[in-house]
Design a protein. Structure first.
Length: 72
């Protein structure tokens, strides 16, 4: 997956998904939270997500609201 910065350099646009996987959340929050912390927050339910099989799916809107609510 191309980062937003790489997409801008290449002159292409990256379409942001409305739903993120746990690994995409880790990528979005890199520098803010560690991978282990993101997974701990997902498992505890503190970070809002839906569980589909073994995967966590996180709404981009709910992630952004959670970041605002928690002051991160």
């Amino acid at each position: 997956m191309m980062t937003e910065q790489e997409a801008r350099k290449n002159g292409t646009r990256q379409i942001k998904s409305e739903v993120l996987t746990a690994s995409q959340v880790v990528e979005e929050l890199s520098g803010l939270l560690s991978r282990g912390t993101v997974y701990r927050l997902l498992r505890s339910g503190e970070l809002p997500a839906k569980r589909v099989g073994k995967k966590f799916l996180v709404s981009r809107a709910r992630l952004e609201q959670w970041l605002l609510d928690t002051g991160r």
